[in-house]
Design a protein around this ligand. Structure first.
Ligand code: ATP
Length: 324
């Protein structure tokens, strides 16, 4: 085994030990806010609340049964849009839908429900990551039981982004050992890439995301040069106020509606080492990286789940996932 291979294995082992020693509580900042939405809220109103608060997801609360009722994410709005497309005469009904109707919408359009897994905040972070990756969710709610009432309490929600940031900030001694390039470790997706053009309609791109089960589509020109990335969260401003007709507008128009503090897109090349990808994560708000060549032409997509999966499971055998 080459010294680079050995270092890589040592780095991964260090990261896994770190994730097994730390808990989800450790990832939370000292002070944070949590916006929980009542399951009885109109879907239309929930959109405005997300936009006003600059967030893209929220836990749902069933106040009749005092129970955690799942997580609202941009996928739910994409489902509502698909429902509207499949049943265009039902706009009046769509307007009246409440968050508690989301499961019925999934059934009506025949999509697979994302299992709402949660984890106790004091369980090892490794377990939270495994559960999240297993369910294909991009975030996991931390649910505790209140000692006095015996009822569930949602403490917070942690995302892949937050976990990778936590790893990147706290484990430089391990991540600096990851000297192999993303090409060498075949990290990311390079075949059957879903792409779009600036002139494509938002609806077409939403369909691509649904068909490929992805949350970002690179926007390229006719020469395959990367211009931008359309993300699932970009759908939210498009349907603000129930303006479903805006979905017929182009990707280019939709991208102008991004919040002012939008951080931009991040790219890397196949020759970049995982070490330097972690450096980018440490320094910036990265939600995915577009892999480009020296001429900025599209080569592939590197998602946070690709990185997290590699960190947790590369080289391991068997079933890594703890029972739910
Ligand atoms: P998020 O990006 O929301 O954090 P994620 O990390 O699961 O979620 P997705 O974008 O849903 O990322 O990617 C899921 C899988 O699909 C990954 O293996 C990724 O490499 C691949 N992928 C991402 N974007 C595309 C695309 N445009 N075309 C084809 N495959 C893609």
């Amino acid at each position: 085994m080459s010294p680079i291979d050995e270092e890589q294995i040592q780095g991964l082992k260090g990261l896994r030990d770190f994730l097994k020693k730390r808990t989800s509580y450790d990832v939370l900042p000292l002070s944070f806010r949590l916006i929980v939405l009542d399951n009885d809220l109109l879907i239309k109103k929930s959109l405005n609340i997300l936009i006003q608060n600059g967030i893209v997801s929220a836990p749902l609360w069933d106040s009749q049964n005092s129970r955690f009722a799942g997580l609202l994410t941009s996928t739910d709005y994409i489902n509502v849009i698909q429902y509207y497309c499949q049943f265009p005469n039902e706009l009046d009904n769509v307007e009246k839908f409440r968050l508690s109707n989301l499961r019925e919408i999934e059934k009506a359009i025949g999509v697979h429900t994302i299992e709402t897994v949660s984890v106790h905040p004091s369980r090892p972070l490794f377990e939270a990551c495994s559960r999240m990756l297993k369910s294909r969710a991009r975030r996991i709610p931390l649910v505790d039981i209140d000692d006095e009432t015996g009822r569930e309490t949602v403490v917070s929600v942690i995302t892949q982004y937050r976990i990778l940031k936590f790893i990147a900030v706290n484990t430089e001694q391990h991540t600096s050992l990851l000297k192999k390039t993303i090409q060498e470790i075949r990290l990311g997706t390079y075949k059957n890439l879903a792409t779009c053009k600036m002139t494509d309609s938002v609806l077409d791109v939403i369909n691509l995301m649904v068909v490929h089960n992805i949350s970002a589509v690179p926007v390229i020109d006719k020469n395959n040069t990367v211009l931008n990335v359309f993300e699932a969260v970009d759908v939210i401003p498009c349907i603000k106020g129930g303006a479903y007709d805006e979905l017929k507008s182009t990707v280019g128009e939709a991208l102008t509606k991004r919040p002012e503090d939008f951080q931009g897109i991040y790219t890397c090349t196949e020759g970049d080492r995982l070490e330097s990808i972690f450096q980018t994560i440490r320094q910036s708000r990265v939600h995915r990286l577009v892999v480009v060549d020296d001429d900025h032409k599209l080569r592939g997509m590197l998602s946070l789940s690709d990185i997290l999966k590699y960190v947790l499971f590369h080289g391991e055998e068997g079933d890594y996932f703890p029972p739910s």
